[in-house]
Each structure stands twice: as structure tokens, then as C-alpha cells.
Design a protein around this ligand. Structure first.
Ligand code: PLP
Length: 420
């Protein structure tokens, strides 16, 4: 056996999310016809959208210049210049932001962008000080949890819970608890949020942005589900960007997770740093995503596809899943679901649940219903005794409606079984 370095151990020693993904992957590979896969972040297969990608691939394969661009060249580390220019124009036209090509870099998926950004900004500084990324509201995206190369790089705050009606709720940032010490290197939020479907209000984002600017640190906004694409956001909020904001986009939830394309929008200093990290770690980025979507970015069609196809598709799926939950759960046990304002998930809360969400996850798995137990999304939050973190599960509604309904039925049966 070999001795692994600290960084080796951080990255190669396994992780909670790694085990869970493996677990889900195995179940999916070996699972029978009764498997209800409500666990992953896999986007839906939307026929109309997949057909656009297929047609575009056919077009590329008939054109020798485009084929060469797709397969046979290295792009610069910052990313394909024509694609960057097209994204710049799209964002300027959509939102009027004052940015240029020096404000945009590509990465190999949004996930990689976060690995770069967190480790660029936080960890051990040249003067020995330890700096952290602040998540002002957990639950937050599980994919961030194991990305810090330094131990204890994340600090997270529990939210305020607004209970709405009989069976809904919404998380809000608890600004009273938010103290920005000089050990905070950046603030980070996903909007819409994975796992909850929360969309932070314009006021919350404005306050975070002001705090970041006052403290001369960046505000990182993960816009993997947001505007202008893929547009899986059901409320009318204002997308923002400024020099002190780092905004990330991804082609994944547009239906192209296999292309691994992330887009970082930041100050030139941040963009140069991300490009340098790309060169060192991977030379350049995958070409496929940029080549496939280039024409619909240049002609703006990506906006109408997002608004008229993708958004209504998921909004409808969300409504059907919410109605199914109401029909099935009724008043049989205490339950609430987070307002579904975007993304692909219902976030279900069972107040007073007598087993942990992890135990519920295991019981559901034994019945071939795969969900994600909620406690994974509370990383960086040291309030161990806070019961809420063991009372929630994440359920994807991107799958077939019948599978979602059957899965919710079994969830209800298992929660009822805990009441006895
Ligand atoms: N950020 C959020 C909130 C996500 O949900 C995901 C994927 O599910 C990602 C980032 C990373 O996506 P990708 O690396 O496929 O761009």
C-alpha cells in the first residue's frame, strides 16, 4: 500500500456523496422493472429538445469544418472564443449587463467550476490564515460538500423557516445570524436551489450582494437551473451580475450533461485564474457543448426554447408531483413541501419523524424507491442537534409521472409505518 498525501486523502478517500452516487448507480444498473428512481439529478429526456441536439450533430457530421472544430482541435483554456463571444452577446442582450469576453470562461461542467472557485478563494492563505466559503442558507447543493482541499473550508447557516398554509414552507436567509468575519473568503448560493427548489428573493440576493461588496469578497451564484437558460425557474425574479459577483451557468439541465460544459461569468481577474486552472489541470475544455449549442446561442433560439419548452415542461411536472403528494399524503401524517420555485425536485419535510431521514431512505431503498436523504445537504452547519436536518428527503420529479406517483405512495406507506 502507498501513503496518500493530504490532498490525495481529501479527494481519493471516498465521500458521502460518492457512496450515495455509487449506491444509486448500482441500483439503477441492476434494478428491476419496479425500481422507482427519484434520487438523481438527471434531467428529463425532452423529445423536442433531444431532437434539436440530434439534428445539430447530423449537421456537424456533414460539415468538415464543424467536425474538425468538434473533434480535432484544442480550444484555448478560457474556452472557445466564438462561443464566449456568443454568450457575452446573449447576456448583454438579455439583461443589459456590462460585460465583455474577458468576463467569461468555460469549465468542464459546473461541478469543476466550483472546485476551482472554492479552492482558489478559500483554504490556507499565503500568510497562514484559514479562509472559508460561507453558505448563508443550508440545505445547499450536496455536490459542493467534499470539494474543499483544505479541511473545514465551509461554513453554513441554518435558515428561517416560513410555514405556509397547511402543507408548504419556504426557507429564508437568517440575516441576523450572518456575521462576516475576515475569515470568510466568499459567499455562495445556488438559485434555484438544489435540493429545495427555493429561489432566493431579489431582496435576499441584493442584501448578499451588498454584504459581499462591502466586505470586498465575491458572491458566487450557481445558476445551473436559472435564466436565461435552461430557465427552470417558475418565479419572476431578476438575474443579477456585477464585477463582485461570480455567476455560473451550465449546459447540463438544458439536456446536455454528457457534454460537461460549465460557464463562469466573473471579473477578468477571476476569469484569468479559472483559465489558468483549466490549463494546468486539463489543458482545455470539452468542445462538444459549445459546438452543439453555438447556432442557437447566436440566433437567440436558446431563449425561446428555455421559456417555451423547458420551463413549462418542468413546471407542469412539478405541479403534477405536488398534486400527487397532496392526494396521497392527505392528513395521514405531518408533512410539508418546500415551495417549488425551480429546479427538478420536491423537498419534503416530515416534522416530528420518529426515524432519521437516512433510515427512511434505507427503508425506501428496500422497497425499490430511491430518494436522497436530506441530512447530506446540511454540510458545514455545526448545529448537530437541529432535528430538522434529519426530517427531510429530496425527490426528483424529472422522471415519468407514474413512477413519481408510485414512489410517493410508497413514501407515504413508510412514513405511516413509523407512526405505529
Ligand atoms: N450546481 C448545481 C446546483 C447542480 O444541481 C449541479 C448538478 O446537478 C451542478 C452545479 C453541476 O452540474 P454540471 O457539472 O453538470 O454542470
Amino acid at each position: 500500500t502507498y501513503h496518500f498525501s493530504n490532498i490525495g486523502q481529501a479527494l481519493a478517500g471516498g465521500s458521502g456523496i460518492g457512496e450515495l452516487m455509487d449506491d444509486l448507480g448500482q441500483a439503477l444498473a441492476n434494478g428491476g422493472p419496479d425500481l422507482k428512481m427519484l434520487g438523481g439529478g438527471q434531467p428529463a429526456q425532452i423529445t423536442e429538445i433531444n431532437e434539436i441536439w440530434r439534428n445539430r450533430l447530423a449537421e456537424i457530421s456533414c460539415n468538415s469544418v464543424d467536425s474538425t472544430r468538434l473533434l480535432s482541435i484544442y480550444d484555448p483554456p478560457q474556452g472557445n472564443p466564438r462561443f464566449i463571444s456568443a454568450i457575452t452577446n446573449l447576456l448583454k442582450d438579455s439583461f443589459g449587463w456590462n460585460l465583455g469576453e474577458e468576463n467569461i470562461a468555460l469549465t468542464s461542467g459546473g461541478q469543476t467550476a466550483f472546485f476551482y472557485l472554492f479552492n482558489l478563494l478559500a483554504g490556507t492563505m499565503p500568510d497562514g490564515q484559514k479562509k472559508k466559503i460561507l453558505f448563508p442558507l443550508v440545505p445547499e447543493y450536496i455536490g459542493y460538500a467534499a470539494q474543499g482541499l483544505d479541511p473545514e473550508m465551509f461554513h453554513a447557516l441554518k435558515p428561517e423557516i416560513e410555514e405556509i398554509g397547511q402543507h408548504q414552507f419556504k426557507y429564508h436567509i437568517d440575516f441576523d445570524r450572518m456575521k462576516l468575519g475576515d475569515d470568510i473568503a466568499a459567499i455562495c448560493v445556488s438559485r434555484p436551489t438544489n435540493p429545495t427548489g427555493n429561489v432566493l428573493t431579489d431582496d435576499e440576493i441584493k442584501r448578499l450582494s451588498d454584504l459581499a461588496e462591502e466586505n470586498k469578497i465575491p458572491l458566487i451564484i450557481d445558476n445551473a437551473y436559472g435564466a436565461p437558460f435552461p430557465g427552470i425557474i417558475f418565479t419572476d425574479v431578476k438575474p443579477i451580475w456585477d464585477e463582485h459577483i461570480i455567476l455560473t451557468l451550465s449546459l447540463s439541465k438544458l439536456g446536455l450533461p454528457g457534454t460537461r460544459t460549465g460557464i463562469v461569468i466573473g471579473s477578468p481577474e477571476i476569469i484569468r485564474a479559472v483559465s489558468s486552472m483549466t490549463a494546468i489541470i486539463g489543458l482545455s475544455n470539452p468542445n462538444t457543448g459549445p459546438q452543439v449549442v453555438l447556432p442557437i446561442i447566436e440566433n437567440g433560439e436558446i431563449l425561446s426554447l428555455s421559456q417555451n419548452v423547458i420551463r413549462p415542461y418542468y413546471e407542469n411536472k412539478s405541479k403534477i408531483a405536488q398534486q400527487a403528494a397532496r392526494d396521497i399524503f392527505q392528513e395521514n401524517f405531518p408533512w410539508r413541501m418546500h415551495l417549488s420555485e425551480g429546479a427538478l425536485f420536491l423537498w419534503l419535510w416530515f416534522p416530528g419523524l420518529s426515524i432519521t431521514s437516512n433510515e427512511l431512505y434505507k427503508r425506501l431503498k428496500a422497497r425499490e424507491v430511491l430518494v436522497i436523504p436530506g441530512h447530506h445537504f446540511f454540510f458545514g452547519c455545526d448545529e448537530e442537534n437541529w432535528q430538522h436536518r434529519h426530517e427531510c428527503i429530496r425527490v426528483s420529479f424529472a422522471m415519468d409521472e407514474r413512477i413519481v406517483r408510485d414512489g410517493l405512495q410508497i413514501i407515504a406507506e413508510e412514513v405511516i409505518a413509523t407512526l405505529r
